[in-house]
Write a protein that binds this ligand. Sequence first.
Ligand code: BTN
Length: 317
Amino acid sequence: MVNKTDFTRKTILTMLRNSSEPLSGEKISGKIGISRVAVWKQIQTLIGLGYEISSSSAGYSLKESGDHLYSWEFDREKPNYEAFRELDSTMRKARELALKGCPDFTTIVAEKQSNGRGRGSKSWDSSEGGLYFTWIIRPDLPLAFHYIYTIGATAVLSRTIADLYGVETSSKWPNDLVSPAGKVAGILTEMECSGEKINWLSLGIGINVNNRQTEIDRTSLRDMLGSRIDRKSLLTRFEQDFRKTLRHEAPQSIRSMWESHSSTIGSSVRLHSEREGLLQGIAMGITSSGALRLKNGSREQTALFGDIYTKKQENTQ
Ligand code: BTN
């Protein structure tokens, strides 16, 4: 059952979108069965949420086609879904909700973030037009397998993008999605555990969709395709694909999926890690605990964290 407020907002927006002329408050109130004051209040809320609605003596007009991610914009109801015009970070909000006991697979979305967080101490550029969200998951997996969510999300996102738009991206260890023109998406994971049990895990995903890129090593789907992307379809399809994969595939198969989508595997890699220092070698795969396996001559090393620099090599050792 769609909630009443969502239904009211969806109906107002549909009426405005389908009308070539301004619509009076009276007409809208007659159609929905609420007072004109209630219509006015909803219009003010929609304006506050970023919709460009003007009003004149003739009525209300919507000045944009609207690429918003609020729950009422989707064709189907979205349970456990909260969208904000702006947040400091969806990770901060996710943590707050997780600690309050929110349900498994709650989604927090922000149109923009004032303090988007990347891995390490990096920030994540979160200007309007990108897709910034966090899934709060209460996994039924031991702590040792937490990385399956991160690599699973990266591999699935690459496949979803290929299916929807016909463009290739690849996963770069540990949790980036890249194209030859630069980084398209990044994933940040946070969690809370009790012993070996994961209480909650939040998977923060930033995808450069229609947002303008300012850094040279970044690109967006819009730049890759030459046209704007509908973020709702991308989010909907990605979530479906991700949930299906996590439900049906074993960790080993998710690791193989990540490896087959990866530009890291088979490349000559230099890795700076706070824990392991400087490592170098050919990336061979990932271990059952999510570490990257590097081979340098006859020596094999593994790295759990770090930033890698790659140089593709034809002949792996
Ligand atoms: C990285 O590549 O460094 C990870 C970037 C993760 C960015 C996303 S955007 C949504 C969520 N909220 C944040 O503050 N960060 C993650």
